[in-house]
Design a protein around this ligand. Structure first.
Ligand code: F6R
Length: 579
């Protein structure tokens, strides 16, 4: 949830760390801090966003340092709780992403032994524990402390008098960058692109010592070599490129993302486990869950395989993992609940498949097979292009398993998204921006799209929005309908159309403003709509893709009209690495 970044090299570390943290800010943005080593350790911390308040930190001297941008879990976001955290003598500094579950007991023990604490965080126990073990070899001290920590961590540690920065991970991501006479470490690859395209993904349990002399990685006391991987994301992809927000840029990238994911998958073999399976269980969170839910309809219809879809966070409470094959869907590949679900599937000896956007992410190491989407780096907290890329992966699989049943429509998918991007949504935005509460409704594959539309709307506009299966609206939510509660109805042609049409009329009869997405000329859909948003002609695949882009854009423009912080909505973080 937080972002960590470290640098050790020939240049002044502080400005490099600050730029690195700015690229990680989407992971957490309530406070930030740096610790830089010169004669001793200089620490600077601040509440708020790094993009707004870090200019004076760049002057701190020193060529090695660590930094952190926080998404608070223990203790409110303020200067004391911001990382880095220090030991009693200000000579050991630690930044941490993750949660130390047994910190309360450790803190009591440390206090009893005379350690003074300055924050309410779980992290602060770590520098104090290292202080007790440190006898000049920092990596050895860290390695002695790690077995005492329960929970998850990606850690960077520096200590006065040590020319190395120590990195360690367990169930939280950490990537090492190999620069020109410099080593870097970060929560993900995006801040490393400015410095290098060569990275090493640390494994759980690895402890790395980084210095200008190179990188040494140990696992359970033994020196190990991890593969150096080349990142194929470009620096341009992590910049805004003239768009007002990353979210808008990422929405506009979707036609290309859809096509490039399709192109890349065509070259790949379908894993045998998919061809032979008698049933699948898909596990995911948030937007990825909606993508999985949508694809269930297509898998069952075209492949004749039973498909079950579960929220990854609930999966652990079921006694059986369900279908033969368990598929984890995660843009980041680091979502704690999805990883836990994959682990459970492995425990039950089920074959596993990961669908992810991030090479080297943890899910790729848990799964028997991985299918990569080609969305490129997604910076905005709200997932958009990764949703389209997830759909592309599933559409492709369904098509291959169903002997080319979708081939014709898939070739036109990018055009449908492109057409959607041209629509003027200003009238719909005017209806939404004044609402306190709203609904999104649909049937069949358009029900998960209704869920996704509502999720986008609530997360970036803060308007209370609920996604509902249209048939469920009469089972309770009808009581909430009023002229102040707009409803977005997804109503493309198809076998659900007649009943959706009746549902829209029923809602309209309660005075509810209706924003309807449909194809022009289908019955008198336009006449019964307050605002009608046309979908392109074409089949269900075109309608799904266009609807997805339209609900994203509706949320985006409404958020802009309300003056919201579109890319970094309050209380959220992009990568949810704690359960
Ligand atoms: C919503 C959003 C989240 C993520 C969810 C899963 O816009 O971004 O709901 O979809 O946290 O993330 P991944 O796909 O990385 O597992």
């Amino acid at each position: 949830m937080c972002g960590i970044f470290g640098y050790c090299g020939q240049r002044r570390a502080a400005p490099i760390i600050i730029e690195g943290l700015k690229r990680l800010e989407y992971r957490g943005y309530d406070s930030f801090g740096i610790a830089v080593m010169d004669q001793g350790i200089t620490v600077r911390k601040k509440q708020g966003k790094i993009s707004l308040g870090a200019s004076d930190l760049s002057r701190v001297k020193g060529k090695m340092g660590i930094g952190h941008t926080r998404w608070a879990t223990h203790g409110e976001p303020n200067n004391q709780n911001a990382h880095p955290h220090l030991d009693c003598h200000d000579s050991i500094a630690v930044v941490h992403n993750g949660i130390i579950e047994n910190y309360a007991g450790l803190k009591r023990e440390l206090q009893a032994r005379g350690h003074g604490f300055r924050s309410e965080t779980d992290t602060e126990v770590i520098p104090h524990l290292i202080e007790e073990e440190f006898k000049g070899d920092l990596a050895a001290a860290v390695s002695a402390v790690l077995p005492r920590l329960e929970g998850s961590y990606a850690l960077l540690v520096i200590a006065t008098g040590c020319g190395e920065m120590v990195a360690a991970r367990k169930r939280s991501p950490l990537v090492i960058g190999i620069g020109d006479r410099a080593c870097l470490a970060a929560s993900d690859v995006t801040p490393l692109l400015e410095h290098t395209e060569r990275v090493i993904y640390l494994e759980d349990g690895d402890i790395a010592s980084l210095s200008t002399g190179g990188i040494e990685i140990r696992h359970q006391g033994t020196r190990v070599k991890r593969p150096v991987q080349k990142i194929d994301w470009s620096l341009a992809e992590v910049k805004k490129g003239g768009f007002a927000h990353y979210m808008l840029k990422e929405i506009y990238e979707q036609p290309e993302v859809f096509s490039s994911t399709m192109r890349a998958l065509k070259e790949e073999e379908i894993p045998d486990i998919l061809q032979d399976t008698g049933g699948v269980t898909l596990v995911a969170c948030g937007t990825s869950y909606h993508a999985a839910l949508l694809c269930r309809y297509l898998i069952e219809e075209h492949c004749g395989i039973p498909a079950r879809v579960e929220l990854a966070s609930e999966f652990k409470y079921f006694t059986s993992p369900g279908g033969d094959l368990v598929v984890g869907v995660s843009q980041s590949g680091e979502t704690a609940d999805t990883l836990a679900a994959m682990q459970k599937a492995r425990m039950f000896s089920h074959p596993t498949l990961a669908v992810t956007n991030v090479l080297g992410s943890t899910i790729t190491r848990l799964a028997d097979h991985t299918l990569f989407m080609r969305a490129g780096p997604e910076i905005s907290v709200a997932a958009t292009k990764s949703f389209i890329a997830e759909l592309a992966v599933f559409f492709h699989l369904v098509d291959r398993l169903a002997g080319g049943a979708l081939e014709h429509s898939l070739g036109r998918g990018h055009l449908a998204i492109g057409e959607a991007l041209l629509q003027d949504l200003s009238q719909a935005v005017d209806l939404c921006r004044n609402a306190q509460s709203m609904f999104f409704v649909g049937r069949g594959p358009f029900y998960p799209l209704a869920l996704e539309g509502a999720l986008k709307m609530k997360e970036i506009t803060y308007i209370h929005a609920e996604g509902y299966a249209a048939g469920e609206i009469k089972h309770g939510p009808f009581a909430l309908l009023s002229p102040e509660t707009p409803v977005v109805a997804l109503c493309p042609p198809g076998h659900a159309f007649p009943v959706m049409f009746s549902n829209i009329k029923e809602m309209k009869a309660r005075g509810t403003p209706m924003i309807v997405l449909g194809v022009q000329g289908t019955q008198d859909l336009e006449e019964i709509s307050d605002v009608f948003i046309p979908l392109p002609d074409g089949g269900i695949i075109s309608h799904i893709l266009a609807s997805a882009a339209l609900v994203q854009l509706l949320a985006y423009h409404t958020a802009v009209a309300l003056g919201r912080d579109v890319d970094q909505p309050r209380n959220l973080a992009k990568s949810v690495t704690v359960e």
